[in-house]
Design a protein. Structure first.
Length: 408
């Protein structure tokens, strides 16, 4: 009886010891991939590498996986309902994909204990289960980088102490930093995101950008429960050397387009003032363009789950209302009725200017140019109509005086 009992005890001891041995074999690294030229790659990417020295298993846990072929993918993307998921890839395949794209890959080897590395592996494997791997992607608050860092913090015995950083940075500052070489992408993002991205954010919020997470984590310290501390990153390797993505030379930029539109609008206003007549064509064109772009902004403002789109004060200038009032505007103009459209638009433009001047939301020069164009059109239309009505009143004055004399 004693021999079988000893065998059972030995087996239990081996089972209890197995996790510690397995954990001792794991090494963890943070992989940061450089920016690409596509809009979804402008900010880079983050993944976690787990390597087992005993089994040779070398895998990458990637929170940036999504499926273009899912039903209604484009619509769900617009509405902020895109689901990403955790994927597991072979390390060599992962690195080769970025090498093929010409994008850099930097590895930060993490100074984790065997128990912490093993715990990180266990957490990631649990998260990789089919029922756990899918998550609702959020560009600013829940993305591939924030997820990877959150898993790392759950695995360490203690807490991360971050270095001092630029606390006055805003989300928009960082977005502009990485989209500077892609002016149309930058303009498109500025068109859609609102005042929420103009508030200063702390270092932890800045981790939405992979390059910022890499920079701050390289100086981060793990503070253990007993008061001891150690560097989080003990070694950095550049696995793939990629050029900095600055964007190609573009002749036609948003700024140039807006400058040309401003000159065309100014010439049209001068012509209308000299002729003492407001032309219908410039108003119809700007109302259609503003209304169509405003449909997208209003859709995101009222319905999308994307962060920061529901605080966009640009809705004052770009909204669907011009499309709705356009038929009424044309009808009233053709009958010579009083212009109600331009006074209302002037009020909206002035409110927009007050929002900008008060620093509630930062607007790009192109949007300030749009506001100036609308301001010119409003002032010109109101001044021309007032002048015309004065002339009509003066011309009608003798007839009115004669009519009064006849009655007397």
């Amino acid at each position: 009886m004693k021999k079988p009992f000893r065998i059972v005890l030995l087996a239990l001891a081996l089972l209890l010891a197995a996790p510690a041995g397995a954990w001792a074999a794991w090494r963890a690294s943070l992989l940061t991939c450089g920016p690409g030229e596509e809009i979804y790659a402008l900010y880079g990417h983050t993944a976690l590498r787990l390597c087992n020295d005993e089994t040779g298993d070398d895998r990458v846990y990637n929170y940036g996986m999504f499926n273009f072929d899912k039903p209604h993918f484009v619509w769900r993307f617009v509405m902020g309902q895109t689901d990403y998921e955790l994927g597991v890839q072979n390390f060599d395949s992962f690195v080769y994909a970025y090498y093929y794209q010409g994008r850099s890959v930097v590895e930060q080897q993490l100074n984790l204990t065997p128990e912490e590395a093993g715990k990180l592996y266990t957490l990631l494997e649990e998260n990789y289960r089919p029922e756990n791997r899918v998550y609702r992607y959020n560009f600013l608050y829940d993305n591939c980088t924030t997820r990877a860092v959150a898993m790392l913090e759950r695995a360490i015995d203690g807490h991360l102490v971050l270095p001092a950083g630029e606390e006055e940075k805003t989300f928009r500052d960082i977005i502009h930093e990485f989209s500077a070489g892609s002016p149309w992408d930058k303009a498109g993002q500025d068109l859609l995101i609102g005042a929420e991205v103009d508030r200063p954010v702390d270092l932890r919020r800045q981790f939405f950008a992979p390059m910022y997470a890499k920079r701050y984590l390289s100086y981060a310290v793990i503070e253990e429960p007993d008061g001891e501390s150690r560097q989080l990153v003990w070694h950095t390797n550049k696995l793939v050397d990629g050029p900095a993505v600055a964007g190609g030379e573009r002749v036609l930029t948003p700024g140039l387009v807006m400058a040309l539109l401003f000159l065309a609008a100014a010439a049209a206003c001068v012509r209308q003032w000299r002729r003492r007549r407001v032309s219908l064509v410039p108003d119809v064109v700007q109302m259609v363009l503003r209304g169509l772009s405003g449909c997208l902004i209003a859709l995101l403002f009222f319905s999308s789950e994307h962060p920061a789109v529901d605080s966009n004060w640009l809705l004052l200038l770009l909204n669907p209302l011009p499309l709705l009032v356009l038929p009424v505007y044309i009808w009233r103009r053709r009958r010579g009725l009083r212009d109600l459209y331009h006074p209302v638009l002037l009020v909206l433009v002035l409110v927009f200017g007050a929002v900008w001047a008060a620093g509630v939301q930062s607007f790009q020069p192109e949007m300030i140019g749009l506001a100036l164009i609308l301001l010119m059109q409003c002032v010109t239309a109101i001044a021309v109509e007032r002048n015309v009505r004065k002339q009509q009143s003066a011309a009608a004055a003798p007839a009115r005086a004669a009519h009064i004399r006849d009655k007397q």
